[in-house]
Design a protein around this ligand. Structure first.
Ligand code: ZN
Ligand code: ZN
Length: 334
């Protein structure tokens, strides 16, 4: 697990990392960029009571460990890396302490924060359709949808005041839009330090879901976005929103890409005989439980979609699909 820590960028800017427990087994790294009179907070944690407690304790620990006196009410701007609940879910809590603090996010994730209730309903209907065509049984679909909706039910929409734009740095912070893991994901560059958000992590290969559930996600976008970050020169340190700091993001990009190519190869080999996404997922990930079943299905869905879009996989049961538009799709190597 990452620790409360301090980094100084090439031009002397201070970045503090505050880890908070977002959910069981998930720690999110928040960052405070402190230039004296304009403290900026990057991400908010999940908004669960333990994430909020960790946030308060983390600010108190900044004083004990680094002599920095900052409270939530001192924050002048909140930058959100992307629209996943472990990053924006704590926004209502922070506004209890700092009601007028403006929040900024990329336009493609804005609605997740500001039109949350409507967006969950529409996203859930697209997920339900994906699960049905992936070959997940009706009972399993019902329990997976419950798991999906549960983690999103406690958040209430919050206004967003600013949109993050590549052409418009804020306080000297440059933004790079990197869709894939999430539609509006941005990495943030301060001199030789890059906040990589969930785009590049030190150990885990960031989760992928198919674009036909959510536009601007999917493996094709993700590969393009890895390429884009790989072209930024002279990044000395990558700070991910989970896990540990990375001293060589370029090597990490190569490793993540290799892992996906290997997974694509394995799926293609499995599809020597026709298989549904659910069947591929069982072979690839074995027996996993609750939320991990959903993550595994989405991950396989993203890879199958990538291969299908490129004509490497085809639907084996096209005659059945012609008769029934909701048929489970069986994929086979072309
Ligand atoms: Zn994420
Ligand atoms: Zn995350």
């Amino acid at each position: 697990m990452s620790e409360l820590s301090h980094t100084v960028t090439a031009s002397g800017r201070d970045i503090y990392l505050i880890p908070v427990r977002s959910f069981v087994n998930l720690v999110t790294n928040l960052f405070v960029i402190d230039d004296g009179d304009y403290p900026i907070l990057v991400d908010c944690g999940s908004g669960t009571y333990f994430a909020n407690d960790d946030l308060i304790d983390g600010f108190a620990a900044l004083k004990d460990k680094f002599g920095v006196s900052l409270a939530l009410r001192d924050i002048r701007l909140i930058l959100l890396t992307h629209g996943h609940i472990d990053h924006y879910g704590g926004l209502p809590f922070i506004r209890e302490h700092n009601p007028d603090v403006p929040a900024a996010i990329h336009v493609l994730d804005q609605r997740v924060v500001s039109n949350h209730e409507e967006r969950v309903i529409v996203a859930a209907s697209r997920l339900r359709a994906f699960l049905a065509r992936a070959g997940v049984s009706e009972d399993d679909r019902a329990s997976l949808m419950q798991v999906y909706l549960f983690g999103k039910s406690y958040y209430r929409s919050q206004p967003v005041q600013l949109l993050l734009d590549e052409a418009e740095p804020i306080a000297g912070i440059r933004f790079f839009h990197v869709p894939g893991h999430c539609p509006g994901l941005v990495c943030m560059q301060l001199d030789d330090v890059l906040l990589t958000a969930d785009h590049i992590l030190s150990k885990t290969t960031p989760h992928q879901a198919p674009e036909h559930i959510t536009n601007n996600m999917g493996l094709g976008h993700y590969f393009d976005s890895l390429e884009k970050i790989g072209r930024i020169p002279d990044i000395r340190l990558g700070l991910g929103s989970h896990e540990e700091p990375m001293t060589d993001i370029y090597a990490r990009i190569r490793a993540i890409r290799a892992m996906h190519y290997e997974r694509l190869e394995r799926i293609l080999a499995l599809c020597a005989t026709p298989k549904s996404i659910a069947a591929i997922s069982r072979e690839l990930f074995g027996t996993v439980k609750s939320y991990h079943v959903l993550l595994a299905l989405e991950e396989v869905g993203a890879h199958v979609e990538y291969l299908y879009d490129r004509g490497v996989l085809v639907a084996a049961n096209d005659a059945e699909i012609a008769r029934d538009a909701n048929a489970v799709i069986s994929y086979v190597a072309a």
